[in-house]
Design a protein around this ligand. Structure first.
Ligand code: ZN
Length: 406
């Protein structure tokens, strides 16, 4: 199809020729819609052409109106930046653009250390999805579109990344790593055209992301210690191929461990560079394990809290719970003791309509008998009520029921 209808141009530049088929006309019309709203969001400017692509915000077409400078048709937005993160090269911008374009261009926040440029949909809020589906449908008809495939890859990575159960800051770091936006020696050199330093861990070769996180002896030690078989994955490819190969083979939990491993290696590398700390792979491994335990505990806590809330609701329903009257609020407290795990206390405060005002729960690693636990739950709840400024509190607790029964 490509050969027949647009022999010399890419998909977004094709026109309806003579005697076009019905299907083709439909595709071109749909493409017109895409063309209308599809814009480039500038990150580092490397993948966006100054002329021909829509990237100027706030204009109808998004494209540069100033005529292209002969011999500079392939100029990218990154070429308009001062190397090394200095922002726009104003002299160059002045010479290329018309005054109203110049202003809009200079207002775009750019950085040579930012993520790659992306497509976005300018016309509606949930645009990303509709562009993806429309684009995928159209790509099924056109023979190739490198933009679509790299975009789809980006989406895959991104979607997976956000589902993996790790701390948001680890996700953020990992996304930067995938976008080659962390300040490794090779990434900096690529942008400043400066020299690459040797690996701060082993000094055997120049520092690159792939070396630091996969090939370095320190990294190999860490992966072995964490039981992740990823030193050999993605051989022959770059960093992204390595990450995708690992993720393809790992369970969700191992993907999380892998991300934490990279994060801890990076943390250790920075301590080594900026604080002169000695490198100890065992400490990197310990750091990953500690964070995993911490995350696991947070998860158990929230699961306990949910179970408690469900139980409270069930209890109240069966016992015909009544809200407080007048200016009172009602405080329900409860405690649970679990062998080997500790004691959890909780309190829920409701207004006269039965609406929950607030709740509090505390987990303690102690061994108390249920009576004590319940008494502490009462204390916890009352303290919180005082702190919240409630003057009139009705309290309900198993403590009173059980002591009354004695
Ligand atoms: Zn090394």
């Amino acid at each position: 199809m490509k050969a027949r209808y647009y022999p010399n141009s890419d998909f977004l530049a094709a026109n309806v020729g003579n005697g076009p088929s019905y299907t083709w006309r439909g595709i071109v019309e749909a493409r017109g819609v895409l063309d209308y709203g599809l814009r480039r969001r500038i990150g580092n400017g490397h993948d966006t052409l100054v002329w021909g692509q829509a990237w100027i915000p706030g204009t109808q077409t998004g494209k540069v109106i100033a005529p292209s400078v002969t011999g500079m048709e392939d100029l990218t937005v990154a070429d308009l930046l001062i190397p090394g993160g200095g922002g726009w090269d104003r002299n160059l911008v002045d010479s290329v653009f018309l005054p109203f374009e110049r202003e809009r261009v200079l207002n775009i926040r750019v950085s040579s250390f930012a993520s790659p440029d992306t497509w976005f949909w300018d016309k509606e809020k949930d645009g990303e999805y509709s562009v993806r589906s429309a684009y995928a449908a159209l790509a099924g008809h056109s023979t190739s579109s490198t933009e679509t495939s790299s975009w789809e890859r980006e989406r895959w990575l991104w979607n997976r990344l956000w589902k993996i159960p790790v701390w948001p800051r680890v996700k953020l770091f990992f996304w930067q790593l995938c976008s080659e936006a962390i300040a490794t020696s090779d990434n900096i050199a690529a942008r400043t055209k400066g020299e690459i330093s040797p690996c701060y861990f082993c000094s055997s070769v120049n520092e690159s992301c792939l070396h630091l996180f996969r090939n370095c002896s320190v990294a190999a030690w860490v992966w072995e210690g964490l039981g992740l078989n990823c030193a050999e994955e993605g051989e022959g490819g770059g960093l992204r191929e390595w990450i995708e190969a690992c993720w393809g083979n790992f369970s969700m939990d191992d993907c999380g461990k892998f991300m934490l491993g990279c994060w801890a290696i990076w943390e250790c590398r920075n301590k080594c560079v900026f604080e002169g700390t000695r490198v100890e792979p065992e400490r990197i491994i310990k750091r990953v394990r500690d964070v995993m335990v911490e995350m696991g505990e947070a998860e158990v806590d929230s699961r306990r809290r949910r179970a408690r809330e469900r139980r409270e609701v069930a209890n109240e329903e069966s016992e015909g719970w009544q809200p407080a009257r007048g200016e009172y609020v009602k405080l329900n407290v409860d405690a649970g003791v679990k062998e080997g795990e500790g004691v959890g206390t909780g309190a829920v405060c409701r207004d006269g309509q039965g609406n929950i005002l607030w709740g509090v729960s505390v987990a303690r690693e102690v061994t108390w008998d249920p009576g004590i636990a319940e008494a502490v739950a009462v204390l916890d709840g009352l303290q919180e009520a005082l702190a919240k400024g409630h003057q009139h509190v009705m309290l309900e607790s198993d403590l009173f029921t059980s002591y009354r029964n004695l």
